[in-house]
Design a protein around this ligand. Sequence first.
Ligand code: NAD
Length: 507
Amino acid sequence: MASNFGGRVIRHGFTRTVTGPWNYVAGRRCKPSESLGSMKVPEPATGHVLCEVLVSGPLEVDRAVASAREVFPAWSKLSGRERGQKLIAAGRIIRENLEDISKLEVHDTGKPIWEARVDISSCADALEYYGGLAPAIIGQHVPLHGGSFAMVQRQPLGVIAGIGAWNFPMQTCVWKVAPALACGNTFVYKPSQFTPVTAVTLGEILTEAGVPDGVFNVIQGEGETGAKLCGHLDVAKLSFTGSIPTGIKVMEAGAKGIKSVTLELGGKSPLIIFEDADKKNAVKATLMANFLSQGQVCSNGSRVFVHSSVASEFMKQLVNATNKLKIGDPFNEDTTVGATIHEDHAKKILGYIASAKQEGATVLCGGERVIQPGKLASGWYLSPAVLGDCKDHMKVVREEVFGSIASVLVFDSEEEVVRRANDTNFGLAGAVFTKDIQRGHRVANAIEAGTVWINTYNLYPTEVPFGGYKHSGIGRENGLTAVDYFTQTRTVYVEMGDVDCGPLYQE
Ligand code: NAD
């Protein structure tokens, strides 16, 4: 089969992805009823245009929200088991087409194919998990005085607006959509303008799995479209993944409409390596904490704190391992470093290398553009960087880079490293490497972050909650907890005796 990305045909086998248009409303691909112009979406691997997408305006936002609103009563009245079966079926379709969907994600993001397979298979995990959980999303029976009782019902919220970032396009979407739909909500999603493709694929998969038309809709656009969606009066909740400045705007829009808001924002997480840590595992985890998806991962442990007694040996091993990473065509099986999302972002990352040098850091390896041969020549491929001589005050250490730069910082004591690790407004994640079980737990408990790994990094099983402390976000995705963020409770009090109103009523 072939997909047509704005006239350029890309061969793969996924039959549910055909040509544009790129909105998905009421169960089918459609053009916006009016558009605010068009976006030329770059393909990171080649730097050429992947597809041209029309930007949805207010009319299309209205249309998508109306479509979700119309089907809400029917979808929310299905039993959890009926909804769950459809989500599980969608998970199965993803597994059956894993290779083709992964290729679409590589076209869209430039990440290596092996990573895309992991991301896409995690989408199936989430659909299966929340599909299985759906029948168990139930309320409570609360016995009260004299045989009276209350029922605490779990109700869906209504139409959810989801807005995503570009680093894990389909996964970000599914992490929101799977629990929201399991709980009986309907959905309108706006993907990042840089990665419009796989949210539409998800729409086709859900339709194929038997999810009724209108339950899940996709509209394309940039900030303006996102803002319109957030401000729509018929949207009950905003579920956002992206940067802190945009998260603030989304929260302001939520405040204006008294809407519940979940924010999954940026990070600058600490990875703490004590002197007794298994060195090989610490190096492997540092690679996972910094160089997956070209370093464009929110939870990255880009502040690598290493105990002074092992710092030089660790840095030697880390640089050695980093130099072995293979930069190249993301479709090659042995590629471990693909293309940066686009030129502006690559230049921003290189700007952090320049500022680090100016502030006295030493580039131990990487930090340069690596021009690829042939059709990849216009892609932005950066060599993963390890920085030594870093200090806490440096811009590269304080700000989220969202690229492949690991800043190594040296420490002497547990008290000191915990204080320095927490000296940030971010609080998304962190990790501690040690063989001392008590120290591992002590430090994990002291790190101010929503996820802390002991002796590993950047694993996100669907079963466990994910989200940030401090400026890294509000609310949680994944795990049982996500149900709380996509439902509200209604208490129905049942009086089994006479009304007791004290002295208010006299015969
Ligand atoms: P971004 O904030 O620039 O854009 C995110 C989305 O918001 C895009 O779809 C964009 O079109 C939309 N948008 C822009 N202005 C808007 C507005 N006023 N109202 C509504 N929507 C608007 O972020 P990005 O560059 O796409 O993503 C990178 C950021 O995302 C990083 O900071 C990264 O850490 C964060 N991120 C966080 C998580 C997490 O789970 N915590 C996961 C992935 C990425």
